[in-house]
Every structure is written in structure tokens, then in C-alpha cells.
Design a protein around this ligand. Structure first.
Ligand code: IPE
Ligand code: IPE
Ligand code: MG
Ligand code: MG
Ligand code: MG
Length: 292
């Protein structure tokens, strides 16, 4: 996906930093290959971009790149496991065979495990030595968002809901956990690293919650409307697997409208920020305009 110049400039250092992390991590060759296969080349990097763009709102604070990379590593692990036969059973991810199709199920499970644990090593190295609470609050924020109360819990709700009819409230809760949690954490971590004051953190959190929900609404729309070539993953899976999605509840146009109005509200949460919030605004716009 082509990014606007303002974001492309931020994305390139993320790619370099992710490569650097894999280079210095100690791992058997086969595991490293599987980790690199899924992590490098191909993701849109929206979560790291959110971390970096939010951090830019603040003049002082800590380096956001380690947190940006850690979130992308955790997101990538979630995708590897999401694609496994025991979960969504997908063959295509980021335009290439899924990790388990290429390296086998055992190696894919372990590559996911390795990316998750290595992400916390990256965080501990970068933020563990801080004298104030900032470092530990960032690490806890990411753990909470990734774990049972966040993404992992959301994946469980997703599995339990498969083949059942959900209400809008139930589906929103599922989306908030499985996808919203990491997006919310990306923004909050950027703000925590910038040592945001509580009211600012609160406003950015609300903005991120709207964006997180909008993101999964659009994911559901794209699953129903796009092609494998454009998406880089197999479309039509939600219907085939009997999932309630925003498309089954609202129709394609209704879901599109919902995503657009959530992003409009998220943009309004940024009204009080000056042009320093432009990268964040550009990401928010992408959340509805994206084709993949
Ligand atoms: C896909 O996330 C999975 C969801 C949480 C909906 P992305 O659309 O951000 O996937 P990549 O990282 O660009 O591959
Ligand atoms: C998965 O949601 C979100 C994760 C936590 C990985 P989906 O199952 O809808 O994601 P895609 O469509 O396979 O990317
Ligand atoms: Mg899934
Ligand atoms: Mg899936
Ligand atoms: Mg999907």
C-alpha cells in the first residue's frame, strides 16, 4: 500500500529497526527464517506508525522506536497464530504463503512465540532502566493490550462467536479486544513516552478507541469486497467461516458509513492539536481509505 509522503518517511526507519532487532536476536537458523518471513517486508506498519506519530505530539520524552517495533512484533505474532489451521486456517498473508504453509505448523507456532517474547526483551532493554514510572507503564500497557484482557481475549471471543449470531454490542466488544486493544496501546504508548498529561492521554485514548473499532469494521468490509491480489490475504473468509461481522449486521454500505463516522469522531478528538498532529491525522484517514 502506498503511504502519503509524511508517513512513508516515518515507515522506512521502522523497517530498518525491525531488521536490526532480528539481526541481533539469538535464534536457531530455521526459527530466524520463519520470524523474518512474517515480520519483514509486507505489513502496512500502521501500529508502529501510530506510536511514532503520537510520540511526535510531545517535545520531550523517550525514544518511541523500540515500542513501535515491539508492537509490530506482537501484531505479527498474532497474525501468524490467527492464520493457523486451528484458528482461521489461512494460506496467504501479506501477499505470500502464511508462516505455517511455508515452514510447518510447529515452526509457525514457535515463530509467533519467539516474536512475542523477543518483543518484551526489546521493551525491557529500552525502557527497563528508567528512573521514573514511564518505562514500566509502557511495558505494562503493551502486556495488558496483548494478553487475556486484550488481543488474546478477543481472539477467544472470536472463536466462541463463530457460527453464532452476535448483537452489535457483542460484536463491538469482540472487535475492541481482538483488534482495538493493540491500536489503543499504540497511541497510548506514544503518549506515555511523551509524558502526556492525564487529560491529553484521556483524549488520545478515546481517539484511539474509535480508530481501533473503525479499523476492524474496514477489515470486515475488505474481507467481503476485495481480492486476494489487493489484500495480500484470502478474502471471503468471514462469510465462509460463519462469522458475524459489521457487514453481516449493517451491510457493506452501512459498515462503510460506520467506519467513516468513527474516523470523523476520532479526527475531532485531535482538533486541539496543531500541525504536529498531521501524521496522526494522515493515519486516521488511511484507516477508512485503505484498500488493503
Ligand atoms: C490485520 O491487520 C489484522 C487485523 C487486526 C484486522 P493489518 O491490516 O494491520 O495487517 P498488516 O500488518 O498490514 O499485514
Ligand atoms: C484477527 O482478525 C485479528 C488478530 C488479532 C490477528 P482477523 O482474523 O479478521 O484478521 P485477518 O482478516 O485474518 O487479517
Ligand atoms: Mg481471526
Ligand atoms: Mg484471520
Ligand atoms: Mg479479517
Amino acid at each position: 500500500m502506498a503511504l502519503p509522503a509524511i508517513l512513508e518517511e516515518m515507515r522506512r526507519p521502522v523497517e530498518v529497526a525491525l531488521e536490526g532487532i532480528l539481526e541481533i536476536s539469538t535464534a536457531p537458523k530455521a526459527l530466524r527464517e520463519a520470524m523474518a518471513w512474517s515480520l519483514l517486508d509486507g505489513g502496512k506498519r500502521l501500529r508502529p506508525l501510530l506510536v511514532l506519530a503520537t510520540r511526535r505530539l510531545f517535545l520531550d520524552g523517550l525514544d518511541a522506536m523500540p515500542a513501535a517495533c515491539a508492537l509490530e512484533m506482537i501484531h505479527t505474532y498474532s497474525l501468524i497464530h490467527d492464520d493457523l489451521p486451528a484458528m482461521d486456517d489461512d494460506d496467504l498473508r501479506r501477499g505470500r504463503p502464511t508462516c505455517h504453509r511455508r515452514f510447518g505448523e510447529a515452526m509457525a507456532i514457535l515463530a509467533g512465540d519467539a516474536l512475542l517474547t523477543e518483543a518484551f526483551l526489546v521493551l525491557a532493554r529500552a525502557y527497563g532502566g528508567q528512573d521514573d514510572e514511564t518505562g514500566i507503564s509502557v511495558i505494562a500497557e503493551i502486556a495488558r493490550a496483548a494478553g487475556p484482557a486484550g488481543m488474546v481475549g478477543g481472539q477467544v471471543l472470536d472463536i466462541e462467536a463463530t457460527g453464532k449470531d452476535l448483537s452489535m454490542a457483542e460484536l463491538e466488544e469482540l472487535h475492541r479486544c481482538k483488534t482495538g486493544a493493540l491500536i489503543r496501546a499504540a497511541v497510548r504508548v506514544g503518549a506515555l513516552l511523551g509524558r502526556a498529561e492525564p487529560p491529553v492521554l484521556h483524549r488520545l485514548t478515546r481517539c484511539a478507541e474509535r480508530l481501533g473499532l473503525a479499523f476492524q469494521v474496514v477489515d470486515d468490509v475488505l474481507d467481503a469486497t476485495s481480492t486476494a491480489e489487493v489484500l495480500g490475504k484470502t478474502p471471503g473468509k468471514d462469510l465462509a467461516q460463519g462469522k458475524t461481522t459489521m457487514v453481516t449486521l449493517l451491510g457493506i454500505e452501512g459498515a462503510r458509513r460506520k467506519a467513516a463516522s468513527l474516523v470523523d469522531e476520532a479526527l475531532r478528538d485531535l482538533d486541539d492539536f496543531d500541525s504536529r498532529a498531521d501524521p496522526l491525522r494522515a493515519i486516521a484517514a488511511l484507516f477508512v481509505q485503505r484498500a488493503s
